[in-house]
Design a binder for this molecule. Structure first.
Ligand code: AN7
Length: 352
């Protein structure tokens, strides 16, 4: 039978849900792309888990098919989230697909990539921008959903984590086992929590033999876990991970410590460098926040972190598609030249 989406595929590892309540856009089953270029740069065997190829262009669809389906099972009429962009895009699309639910999203004004804002709007979510940041937005959403008949679909909702853990299953299914290292961007810290849960559950189920070291990366201006305290005014051009007080902070530390991994930071310059390298030399276009995983791997490589692990397998999660954030792409690259509309002018420009 053809692929029927995440819940059908991994049903026996997920909380029970009735068929008629499953809301799916045939998400997940995303490619694990081998990068010759990054393997050459690091001496590792580098794979990219390209989550940008989900229906709404980010990994959030994994958690959202579960959260929206469970909301439907509970006969919720309204779902709500705070978002740096991708969660709102995904919630809006899945609420639309449900046919029964309205979606309300709270976003920080001026700090959402253009594509994500367009998505939330075209899927007809009620989009409310606040004069504040993501952490402020999440506090408001928690208070509203605690006190009103509105379903929270941020990753504090345990079904989000259940859905997202399946990314680890897919990696193991392709590689035949867990990788030695798994590099991942960290914002609200739901995803690193979910991967670690997934790797552990798959091993316990006998589907894999080992566990990876989890390598999480925050943006330098939004690195509360690295610094060990809340960041009141987080700043980074990777707006998806512009988060100062992650909801799954403790769980991220558990993933780090139990796996023998680390959580480090990468500067915006390092993020943009990795972003450009990925696009130019592997042909994969991700959004800036996603490139934090590769930036972190390249930073650790420069520090000699992998010198005793040559040839080891590493998976870098690329959490969202590059088209989400066209403004940053255009900003960091030389502008196209404009010439007269003659063959001579074109040939001259090419240097032929
Ligand atoms: C592309 O959409 O938090 O550590 O509100 O969009 O699980 O939060 C997005 C997060 C990484 C961080 N990469 O994941 C939101 C939101 C991209 C993201 C993260 C996000 P978490």
């Amino acid at each position: 039978m053809s692929y029927q989406g995440l819940i059908h595929h991994y049903r026996k590892y997920l909380p029970p849900i009735k068929d008629e309540n499953i809301v799916t856009l045939l998400e997940c089953n995303t490619p694990l792309i081998h990068s010759e270029d990054l393997s050459q740069r690091t001496g590792l065997k580098v794979y990219l888990k390209y989550e940008g190829l989900n229906p709404t262009g980010s990994f959030k669809d994994r958690g959202m098919t579960m959260a929206i389906s469970m909301a439907k099972e509970k006969q919720a009429k309204v779902v709500m989230c705070a978002s740096t962009g991708n969660t709102s895009a995904s919630a809006a699309a899945y609420a639309a697909k449900s046919g029964t639910m309205k979606c309300v999203v709270i976003i920080p004004e001026g700090n959402i990539a253009l594509g994500k804002l367009a998505q939330a709007m075209i899927h007809q979510a009620k989009v409310i921008q606040i004069r504040g940041n993501f952490d402020d937005a999440l506090n408001i959403v928690k208070e509203v959903t605690d006190n009103h008949p509105v379903e929270l679909v941020n990753s504090l909702n345990p079904y989000r984590i259940e859905g997202q853990k399946t990314a680890a299953f897919e990696v193991c299914d392709v590689l035949g086992d867990a990788p030695v290292f798994h590099a991942i961007p960290v914002g609200n810290a739901g995803n690193i929590t979910a991967y670690w849960k997934g790797y552990n559950e798959y091993k316990a189920a006998g589907q894999s033999q080992s566990l990876p070291k989890m390598l999480g990366f925050q943006a330098a201006g939004a690195a509360p876990i690295v610094h060990g305290h809340v960041i009141d005014k987080p700043e980074t051009l990777a707006t998806a991970i512009r988060i100062g007080n992650p909801a799954s902070w403790k769980q991220a530390e558990t993933a780090r410590d139990d796996s023998g991994g680390l959580i480090d930071l990468v500067t915006d310059d390092e993020i943009i460098e990795a972003y450009k390298i990925l696009a130019a030399h592997t042909g994969v276009f991700c959004e800036p926040a996603s490139a934090a995983s590769v930036a972190g791997m390249l930073k650790l490589n420069q520090q000699g972190f992998f010198k005793d692990s040559q040839g080891a397998t590493i998976v870098c999660t690329l959490t969202g598609h590059g088209l989400k954030d066209p403004n940053n792409a255009i900003k960091v690259i030389d502008q196209p030249v404009t010439v007269d509309s003659t063959m001579d002018a074109v040939l001259k420009e090419i240097g032929l």
